[in-house]
Design a binder for this molecule. Structure first.
Ligand code: FMN
Length: 303
């Protein structure tokens, strides 16, 4: 069988498949289905300085080939996570990526600082959330804000720092270069694409928040394009995600330049999706006589 192991920022992953932040909670619901040790890693639900209850319902809507969500960053807060969830996750023999967020640069740095004294393997900083102190635009939509929050989190922790980029920008490569310069050890992308649906009978937006993030198979080509552009623009590793449903999707994102792949919405339709994807990757590599998955990273040959 082909070797699926990868190394990102000095951390060994037994395979490149990681359930994405926000679709896997802190792992507990999925432990009933399979040992979490079968996964390359787990990106935990976005965690903030204080507990948050998230947005009002309805906050989920189906779309053709995907879904819209406006869950907001519902989470129990970083202290609860460190005391009650992280110890359990760290027994699972898989890489734990603590996804963090905040309403200000200071909050993001404070959360990272708290994680710095834990055994968590990596920090994934979500910069798609609003910078409340600066008018509410998402940190990840301007190079200046993205750089500022990355630099502050960089100062707060020695843990490998992945910055998770927002696709709702004109130039993903400018943002990626800005966070690389500010000290990110890796980038991950894409977060959800901003969308909206309207119930034409009530004239009300389907989501109580009016707008929400689009994920699922429908966004896969956008993810491939952005991963490819980013991998060609930065020297740090890229972790790809967005609409991955099969092992072949994961192979495609790795050919575009991803060193590992996160699986989001697919686990809602099939909790076994990450495990099936790992098996399908093995099948593809074996059928094509490729001995290591590392040999396919960035091998796309553009016209
Ligand atoms: C219900 C839901 C909640 C999410 N919560 C978070 C979050 O807390 N932090 C984050 O960085 N991304 C969050 N995401 C974004 C996913 O991690 C992922 O970037 C996105 O959904 C694209 O991947 P997919 O098409 O495979 O779902 C969430 C996505 C969904 C569907």
């Amino acid at each position: 069988m082909a070797d699926l192991s990868v190394n990102i920022c000095g951390i060994d992953f037994k395979n490149p498949i990681i359930p994405a932040s926000g679709v896997f909670g802190y792992g507990r619901e999925y432990e009933e289905f399979y040992p979490l040790s079968e996964l390359g890693g787990i990106a935990t639900k976005g965690t903030t300085g204080q507990k948050r209850t998230g947005n009002l319902s309805p906050r989920i809507a189906e779309t053709p080939a995907g879904m819209l969500n406006s869950v907001g960053l519902q989470n129990p807060g970083i202290d609860y996570f460190i005391q009650n969830e992280l110890p359990n996750l760290l027994t699972k023999d898989t890489v734990i990526l603590a996804n963090i967020a905040g309403a200000s640069v200071e909050e993001c740095a404070e959360v990272a600082k708290k994680l710095d004294s834990t055994e968590v393997h990596m920090i994934e900083l979500n910069i798609s959330c609003p910078n409340v102190k600066q008018g509410g635009a998402a940190f990840g939509t301007s190079c200046e804000m993205a750089e500022q929050v990355t630099a502050a989190v960089r100062k707060a922790t020695k843990k490998p720092l992945i910055v998770k980029l927002s696709p709702n920008v004109t130039s993903i490569t400018d943002i990626a270069k800005a966070v690389e310069a500010a000290g990110a050890d890796a980038v991950s992308l894409i977060n959800t694409l901003l969308g909206m649906r309207i119930d034409i009978r009530t004239k009300r937006p389907v989501l109580r928040n009016n707008v929400g993030g689009l994920s699922g198979a429908g966004i896969f080509p956008v993810a491939v394009r952005m991963v490819w552009q980013t991998a060609n623009a930065v020297k740090i590793p890229v972790i790809g995600m967005g609409g991955v449903n099969t092992g072949e999707d994961a192979i495609e994102l790795m050919m575009a330049g991803a060193s590992a792949v996160q699986v989001g919405m697919a686990v809602f339709t099939d909790p076994y999706a990450p495990i099936k994807i790992i098996h399908q990757m093995h099948d593809f590599l074996d059928e094509n006589h490729i001995s290591s998955v590392r040999d396919i990273i960035g091998t796309v040959q553009p016209w």
